[in-house]
Design a protein around this ligand. Sequence first.
Ligand SMILES: [Zn+2]
Length: 337
Amino acid sequence: MHRRQFFRAAAALGALSAVEFAPWQAVAAFAREVDDFVRGPAVRDHPLRQVSPHVWMIFSPDGFPTPENQGMMCNLTFIDTAQGLVVVDSGASVQIGEMAIRQIRKQWQKPVVAIINTHYHGDHWLGNHAFVDAYGADLPIYAHPGTIREIAGVQGRLWQTLLEQWTNQATMGTRVVPPRLPLEDGAILRFADVTLRLHHFGKAHTPYDLCVEVVEDKLTCVGDVAMDRRIANMDDGSYLGTLAAYTQLEQRTASRIWLPGHGEPGGGVLQWNRELFEGIYRPCEQAIKDGLPLEEAKALVLRDPRVASRARETKGFETNIGKYVSLAYLEAEAAGF
Ligand SMILES: [Zn+2]
């Protein structure tokens, strides 16, 4: 080894051990630098839009994650209360959360005082990272106890990795910040002039969905229990459970606006999704009764007018319908015995 190389190597070693033995603040700063180094780029601004007296949203035009949209695929909702803003679903990355914070700071002088994550799919909570960075690690983040468990466990890391893969690393730098505060069915949160009532209906889109009713506005954020012109990921869900949840939502709330995680809010969201799911599930149920194989059930579903009339306007239809008919067929088979 040449003398100069030796000095360089020694200096590098010295720097390393300085980090190893530095106080925790220095280590944290070093970790943050590494984090910034591998961070994906900022997400372009998406506008805020008012939906009802207290409810605003950032609408996601795309239904699925791509490198181009950097994971911007899920609506973010903001409930404007006299105490501050309550966020329902925080987006799929730290970059999307930061974009949302830029928009709300243009609109309001008030802080974010709470987040509610509707379920454990990563497009609904990976943005938590940006909000705790901006509003403090003590920011209350609520979810169903099962959602808390899943995000703190396997699903958290899984969705962090999936979003990185689907966006060609655009979401890099996003940390898993799990919700900490459990909300059960029937829970009520009061924020001065606004009352939020939480609903859970058993397994629907996932086993642990929460719907957030904004009582004064006659509006309910339904998460992914219902969607508008997008086919839902039913890997963790139940068709019958989802259909039962719609009936419960209509009976328990006086809501006139259903605000979904994907697609446009409106009065017809439950009905649109109900007919799509009836059109997928009922032919499978009939096929099971008639002893028909899966392939014939698929043909029946595609011919069903409730499905055929929606196929073209439904995001993700072509790529997902085969898989989600299989899931409906399996569910009908299990329900039949
Ligand atoms: Zn979902």
